[in-house]
Every structure is written in C-alpha cells, then in structure tokens.
Ligand binder design. Sequence first.
Ligand code: MCA
Ligand code: AMP
Length: 493
Amino acid sequence: MSTLFPALTDGPPDRPALRFGERSLTYGELAAAAGALADRISRAGRAGGAGRVAVWATPVMETGVAVLAALLAGVPAVPLNPKSGEKELGHILSDSAPSLVLAAPGDDLPAALHGLERVDVDVQAGAREEGRVAAPGDPAGDDDPALVVYTSGTTGPPKGAVIPRRAVATTLDALADAWQWTGDDVLVHGLPLFHVHGLVLGVLGPLRRGGSVRHLGRFSTAGVTEELGSGATMLFGVPTMYHRIAEALPDDPELAKALSRARLLVSGSAALPVHDHERITAATGRRVLERYGMTETLMNTSVRADGEPRAGTVGVPLPGVGLRLVEEDGTEITEYDGVSVGEIQVRGPNLFTEYLNRPDATAAAFTADGWFRTGDVAVRYPDGYVRIVGRRATDLIKSGGYKIGAGEIENALLEHPGVREAAVTGEPDPDLGERVVAWVVPADPQSPPDLAELAGHVARRLAPHKRPRVLHHLDALPRNDMGKIMKRALAGD
Ligand code: MCA
Ligand code: AMP
C-alpha cells in the first residue's frame, strides 16, 4: 500500500496544485477539500454504498478534486463525459453501477443520473479549518481499482477498462523518468477529463510529482500562449491541437515565442503528422515529443527528453514496459530492422486488470502467455525506436484523438427511422486525423435524412465527437457473397 500523492501530506502546503481559469488551489487547500470529500465517500461506503463513484467530468476544478477524493477514499472513480448522449450514458451507468455521483454545484445533470445520490464538490471545504486537514492515508492496495474508464471497441457499446492504482503510479513514474518531469514543472493543457490523457497524465501526473497544472477549460492557441508565456513549462495535447498550433504559428509570433520557452511539448493519443512536427520545429526551435499509450495500458513508449527526437516515431518502451512485435501467425519479430511489421503486444505493471463485466473481452485481449494485444501495428528500429504504421481493426476510427468504434455508430444510425442500412468508415482529415463518414441506404429514397439530422441523432444518443462529419447516400451497401459489408469498396481502395 503505497501512497499515490505524497505531496498532499508531505510537501509544502502553500505550493500551487491545480488551476482552472481564475480558480486555483494550493496543496494544503487541495488536501483539505479532497480529504473532506474522501471522508464523505468513505462514510457512504461504510453505510453500504460507494462501491464506485461517478464523476461528472466537466473541465473544472471540481472534477480534479472529485477524482482525487475518490482515490484518497480508496473507491474507484468512473469519469463521465458530460456530453454523453442518453444511450451511451445509460450503458455506462448500468454497467458500472455507481452509488454516488460527484458534480460541481449548479451542474444540471441529465435524467439518467437523477436516481443516484448526488454529492456536490465543495472545493473550499476545509479552508476554514486551522492549518491542513489531513488527507486520509490511501486505504486501498496497489492492485485495487483506481478508475474505470470507458473506451470504444469495434462493435457494441464502450467497455469499462478497470485501471488499478499500481498502473497509475507506475506509468506516471515511468514518464517522470522519460521526461525528467519534476515537481518544478507547471503543465498546461485543455484536454477533456474523462479520458486517460487529460485525467491521468494531465491532472494526476502533476499531483504525483508535487507540481502543478493549469487547465485551459477549452483548448485554444491563445490560452497556450498565455500560460507558456507566464511560467508553464510543459504542454500536453492531441495531434489536432498541435495541428491547430502549426496552422496558427505563421501569423502568431507570441505563440512561437511562448512555445520556444517551453521545456517540453508532448503529443499523444494519435499520430502527429511529420509535417506538423516540422512546421512547429521550424517556427519555434522546439521538437514535439511523441508518446504512445492506450486506455488499457496507460503509457507504453515515449521519445525521451534526453533521447534523440525523431519525428514520426513514438520512441522507446518506458521503464518496466515489455513490448514485442508479433506477426499475424503469432511469430515474434526478433530482428529490429525498421521494416518488419507486426502487432504491438505489451505487458507490465502499467496494464489494466480487466474490462468490467466482460470476461470474454478481457480474455480475448490477452495472448495465452499474458501479453496484451494492442491492435496497433508497428516496425521497430535497431536502436529500439518504435514507429506505428497502422491499426489491425479498420473499424476503429481516431478522430481528434478520440477512439470511435464504427459498429457503435452504425447501431445508432440504424435506430433512426430514415435509415434502412448503414456503414461507417474513417477517412483522412487534416485537422482531426480521421473523420467519421456515414454510408446510408435511406428507408425512403424520396426523402433521405440529411447530415445535420443524422449528426444530431448520433450526438444525442452517443456523444458529439462520434457524429458523422460526411454522409453518402447509397442504393445498396456493397456486400460480399457472405453478406458482409465490404468497407474497402466503400472507401474506394
Ligand atoms: C457539434 N457539437 C454538437 C454537434 N455538433 N453538439 C451536439 N450535436 C451536434 N450535432 C458541439 C460539440 O459538442 C462541441 O461543443 C462543439 O460543437 C465542437 O465540437 P467538435 O467540432 O467535435 O470538436 P472541436 O471543438 O473541434 O474539438 C477538437 C478537440 C477535441 C479539442 C481536439 O477533439 C478534443 O478535445 N480531443 C481530445 C481527445 C482526447 O483527449 N483523447 C484522449 C483519449 P462545445 O463547444 O461545448 O465544446 S486517448 C487516451 O487517453 C490514450 C491513453 C492516449 O494515448 O492518450
Ligand atoms: P484509446 O483507446 O482512446 O486510449 O486510444 C488508444 C489508441 O490511440 C492506441 O491504440 C493507438 O492506436 C492510438 N495512439 C495513442 N498514442 C499514439 C501515438 N503517439 N501515435 C499513434 N497512435 C497513438
């Protein structure tokens, strides 16, 4: 049982911890607020509730305090996308069965959450007490769950990846090693707080180091300029954010100046195009480091701060992470020649333990000898650098850094009365990496549903980022002799 956040109890209490817009908390204030809330969660647990707590994960201070409180109470947190549509939210709630929902005062929660006991997060709790209110010691064990994070597969509804406390600790410590990340660093980002990138790396990361994070609320190049220009040392973002930075740089000398001052610029969640790397380096003199991770594995590889930056690669395995490339027939690629392509398989203390309530999916995700199949396909160079070249599943789309399953959107489209048949593919997009494309056979060819109608339908049922951005109407979907939709024929390759 090791403590996840030593700085809460051992560090200087007046050190800045979290800042969201105009609001900020020091470590002392954070320990008091999260400690009080942890106490509340623990009491609910003793009363028979609080097996898991849901967190309404808007990009505000309360979300950081809520997740931290759950971890201090030893109760797993389930971060909810506040833009989740009714179908997605309904699934996540029935699957994870939380007993409480933690939200910011004044948040308007959807009907699906009305049956749950609601606890408003008071970020000032304990501020009136003399000195520091002790945060409870971490009562949970290293293998106990810290978080349940929902992630899309190729078919069906999202699966809840159960992430143990040891995975959080080891991944953050491995990144500290790779990036020379210390308590002196001040991180800035505008990532959502219901995924690993923004929550685990972007909030729990600085807190484990005893450093601080300034969250932008919403990503903007102006926000990045302001924070990196006033003391922030690191920037985390998805490639879409770096693409927007690269686009803005030619006309924004202040942004270039701010980026050139940063100690570390890190990109992840999807591949950063080499062209964007190069444009940023040309304008700022700084290189963006890429790291590669997954909800189920947390972080696997990174270009190291003290290593050779090489655009287009995701660097080398992090300390403690076992990584191998495996051919289609199961043969391991032992020669790192930069050309032999295989699936990335990983193992190590950074891995999740299971998909909640899905022993079938959990078993399928691992090989017989215990390696996790990432589904990502890569080559490896003689010096160990990994370059991702693709993905095994064509039915997974990465858009804006979000993973989106084609099957989930197809099912939602089929629930629209104007749709008889539907197929979903991804196509390249300069801003989002990939965009969601819907191919629809209308129920009534005389009045086919339009893009805005279907986008709204998917956004309301699932989430806005899953909405189709392009719509094609067809008379029939191309199918093979077995009746299976031939998506390659749709995409035109
Ligand atoms: C648009 N909107 C709609 C509709 N259309 N709402 C309802 N119905 C509609 N039909 C709303 C959206 O909700 C949003 O609202 C606004 O319009 C703009 O949405 P959109 O165009 O989709 O997005 P964007 O603002 O252009 O966002 C780009 C982004 C975003 C900021 C890059 O994609 C993003 O935050 N990506 C990060 C993904 C991420 O963190 N992935 C990590 C997972 P509003 O205006 O209110 O916002 S991967 C991971 O964790 C692993 C471990 C890893 O390796 O990192
Ligand atoms: P998620 O399931 O949302 O956590 O997304 C994980 C997936 O994002 C991985 O399996 C990869 O396909 C992709 N990914 C994450 N980081 C990178 C990166 N630096 N380069 C390419 N793909 C990445």
